[in-house]
Design a protein around this ligand. Structure first.
Ligand code: NAP
Length: 192
């Protein structure tokens, strides 16, 4: 599969590393092109760096690995291109204020991915996963599973069962045992 990334930082970068090791192609993008270009060089032939719009167009599945508060910008700039796409959402409702990580309130009693889906627009086929552990742990746990060690569980949630079925093998190929957590209304965030 070809997986696009909007955001190629800590979580996006490490998930890209795992997916390339698992036999997939990745298309990396960010605000500034230098980070994705460097990572694509590191990852080799299975990786390319593009603009976010080109990455979305070139991919079967798109990971939105930007800060939780960045989703309105993503919706504004790329919402039309994302309509109908399968989107992986690893974002957690956290922000950085004065150097400290602080939790953000989610309006209307929604779970985080329900709210992110609302911000992106209902046409997006959103699957919440890969957001439950720190980026270095994601890489270490996935690599252990890929190398024949004990596989860590990775839960996923979606209101679109056929989108979840497409994401499920990506979770497995990234080195984890996929666990169906149910609908977006049932989802939890990191640490819960
Ligand atoms: N870090 C963790 O341990 C961790 C764990 C679980 C979940 N998460 C979640 O994963 C998400 C990403 O976190 P992170 O730690 O990976 O963040 P990060 O290291 O700061 O990376 C953010 C990435 O998003 C890009 N970006 C930001 N705004 C953008 C825009 N408008 N268009 C395109 N690209 C944009 C940045 O590009 P530039 O660098 O070019 O600005 C950067 O590549 C967050 O929602 C977080 O809650 C993180």
């Amino acid at each position: 599969m070809r997986v696009g990334f909007i955001g190629s930082g800590r979580i996006g970068g490490n998930l890209a590393r795992l997916l390339v090791a698992g036999g997939h192609d990745v298309v990396l993008s960010a605000n500034h092109p230098d980070g994705p270009k460097r990572l694509a060089l590191e990852l080799g032939q299975r990786a390319a760096a593009m603009s976010p719009l080109d990455a979305i167009a070139a991919s079967d599945v798109v990971v939105i690995a930007v800060w939780w508060e960045g989703f309105p910008d993503i919706a504004r700039d790329y919402g039309a291109a994302l309509a109908g796409k399968i989107v992986i959402d690893p974002s957690n409702p956290l922000s950085e204020r004065d150097g400290k990580i602080v939790p953000l309130a989610i309006p209307d009693g929604l779970t985080s991915p329900q709210y992110q889906l609302r911000r992106l627009g209902g046409d997006v086929r959103l699957v919440r996963t890969f957001g439950d552990r720190l980026a270095p742990d994601l890489l270490a746990d996935g690599q252990r599973g890929q190398n024949g060690g004990e596989r860590s569980e990775m839960r996923y949630w979606s209101d679109d069962p056929s989108a979840a079925e497409i994401v499920r093998p990506l979770i497995r190929d990234a080195g984890f045992t996929p666990i169906d957590g149910g609908a977006l209304a049932d989802s939890t965030n990191a640490g819960e």
